[in-house]
Ligand binder design. Structure first.
Ligand code: TRP
Length: 340
């Protein structure tokens, strides 16, 4: 039996190397052997950008371009706009009854985001419950696998809890998902902070021009004690090496490079030039494909419309099953009324 993949991104800005290492590369690799749905999560973006709807609308297209640019094949992967599938909001409503406020407040990723966004005591209720809406995304598509970076693992854990509770009460309807986390599970920012993100200003975007990539790498944080070329350098925790671990496909050469750095004799500038080469090789075809698709935004919107239609068909089926299980179907009168 073919298994199903669902994952997604908030359209709050263009996607960066952290998204690529965390999840995009896995999606591209698995899309032809799995039924794949990629969600552009505009409703989730509204949970912390309620006052910036135009920005989200604009970024829906940007994220779609990034997907197509990295090699997402719209015939294999349905690209779905979240707000185009109202069944997701419906399922979120049902799942909200199966989680406590205390459990929502314990989600470590949400906690971290609340700190980072400086909400203080003013946390939007929709933001606090977005892991439940994410659980609805995953389960409405009956996903087995969810390719994500390490920061999203708590969301999958919470989804599994919700699935178990739902199935215990209403019968086995929802599928228990599993996270697919890559070898380098969390790509740090160019400044060495734990996470690459737009709001921290430490991201390299998939659409960055070559000069911009070069400049960002040259400013990267390395090992502060590795002042002279001859000094032995620290590989573990060195951001440049973490990026090479994620993107340099020549593993034996990379191991040799690490040895030289540890022993002393490999300078940061030479090391950074190597990373720049690796990133240019990765990003050049991505940038070219992006430019091609960007010429015809209407074509991209048609791809999204078709993907959303495919996604809605699956979610609609799951919701019909859920309603039946929850005694919310009122046959023999056709239900819901507009379906008559
Ligand atoms: N939370 C994800 C992000 O921050 C986006 C997302 C929405 C998602 N729904 C999802 C990820 C379902 C995986 C599965 O980008």
């Amino acid at each position: 039996m073919r298994r199903t993949i669902l994952t997604g991104d908030r359209p709050t800005g263009p996607l960066h190397l952290g998204h690529y290492a965390g999840s995009l590369a896995t999606r591209v690799a698995l899309q032809h052997s799995h039924d794949t749905y990629l969600l552009i999560a505009d409703l989730q973006a509204l949970t912390d950008h309620a006052d910036r709807p135009e920005e989200i609308r604009h970024n829906v297209l940007e994220v779609a371009l990034d997907y197509l640019a990295v090699g997402i094949d719209p015939k294999a992967s349905a690209i779905v706009i979240q707000s185009g599938v109202p069944e997701l909001a419906e399922l979120t409503g049902y799942l909200l009854n199966l989680v406590t406020v205390a459990r929502l407040e314990r989600n470590p990723t949400v906690k971290e985001e609340i700190r980072q966004k400086g909400f203080g005591g003013e946390i939007p209720a929709g933001f606090l419950v977005y892991p439940v809406s994410q659980a609805a995304d995953i389960t409405a598509f009956r996903a087995h696998l969810v390719p994500v970076g390490a920061d999203q693992v708590p969301m999958i854990e919470q989804t599994v809890e919700l699935v178990r509770r739902f199935n215990r009460i209403y019968g086995s309807i929802l599928v228990e998902p599993e996270a697919v986390v890559p070898r380098v599970a969390r790509l740090p920012g160019t400044d060495g902070r734990a996470k690459m993100s737009k709001s921290l200003g430490n991201a390299i975007y998939l659409s960055d021009l070559p000069d911009v990539v070069t400049e960002k790498v040259m400013r990267m944080y390395t090992d502060p004690r590795h002042a002279r070329v001859e000094d032995p350098g620290q590989v573990e925790g060195n951001v440049v090496f973490t990026y090479l671990d994620a993107f340099d496909e020549d593993r034996p050469a990379l191991e040799a490079l690490k040895e030289r750095y540890r022993a002393g004799g490999l300078g940061d500038v030479a090391l950074k030039h190597h990373l720049i080469d690796v990133l240019h090789r990765l990003l050049a075809p991505i940038r070219a494909r992006r430019q091609d698709f960007a010429r015809d935004p209407e074509h991209v919107m048609r791809i999204l419309a078709e993907g959303t239609r495919r996604g809605r068909a699956v979610a609609g089926e799951t919701l019909a099953r859920a309603r039946r299980a929850m005694h919310l179907d009122y046959e023999p009168v056709p239900w819901p009324p507009e379906a008559a």
